[in-house]
Ligand binder design. Sequence first.
Ligand code: SIN
Ligand code: CO
Length: 384
Amino acid sequence: MYRLEFGNITLEDFMQQYWQKKPLLIKQGFKQFQDPLSADELAGLAQDEDIESRLIQCHNGDWQLDTGPFSEFSGYGERDWTLLVQAVDHWHQPAAALLEPFRFMPNWRIDDLMVSFSTPGGGVGPHLDQYDVFIIQGEGKRHWRVGMPDASLQTLCPHPRLLQVTPFTACIDVIMQPGDILYIPPGCPHEGISVENSLNYSVGFRAPAQKDLLTGLADYLLDNDLNGNRFSDAGRLLNPDVGALQKGDLQQVKQLLQQLVSDEQLLPLWFGQYISRAKHELDQQEPDPHYGLDDLAEYLEDGSVLAKLGGLRCVYHQASASDDIALFINGEQITLPPEELHTARLLCEYARLDEDQCRHFTQLAPRLSLLLSLINQGYWYFEE
Ligand code: SIN
Ligand code: CO
């Protein structure tokens, strides 16, 4: 279990003064930090075709980007390259534990854990990200510089798939040691250059753009065959200017669109499905054969513990205490009666259900059936 400590500020201070506002170096945010994986294990993940990985190198100002899967690294030499592996939390349970201390933010805001291994001189160049990130220093040391957002910075594209920025003024300039954490808000330029072989863990966040929200909503309407209201114009006054788009007509188009997004019932149902869907592939493995209700009840009564599949996104919505609960698991909606709030919270809040939490599911037949179906889909599994 990793415990995040902010040093001489509280979590409340962090949220008020730094979150989305300015970068912060959290010295020894994780005390006595132990890497959850080794560079070799990371290289192993980068060999898997289901896992997204990139290798970025720069020699004498010439940037190169290769995409995985990688079978060999020996050709890259001893320095000036970085291997980046996306969504490692989906594939490596101990690494997924690094996300847990950041769940002071809602589940839906947390994205994934990217892990990088850099040789001396290695880095991805100065750049901006659109999302908040906490960068945790693992083994080795890396020189990090971070600046404040600066409209005068220009975009550079030293390789068709690499976006960088022109040199920036740093407000944080530090050689990070294992356990140090850097918080970087969106739009702050940053650059990390490795001093020695080093591992970095990036906890990324999700912040959907209006474009993504609208496309997501449109997909939901299509999938669920929801046509909504249609334009209508009983009472139209004649106007000889037949080529013009009239103000009143545009007003109605706007109203039709606004009605959709202001629908208090539709909005949480769509957003819950949309935002709980994993962006990267999950390591979902159905048990074979499937468990039966009796086996499950017996295992749980006997004190088994259950782990949640890495990267599984779970959120719920309940409009008021007397309303049904919409539980969303990886883009699927499950409806629970109002009194099952504790069940929804257990499933959403914990990466691991201990013996007592597991026994909660044996107390009611529909609860047990729900858990059975989640286990048989590979979303929760018995921990050895
Ligand atoms: C890295 O770990 O090399 C890149 C992390 C970042 O700059 O976002
Ligand atoms: Co970055």
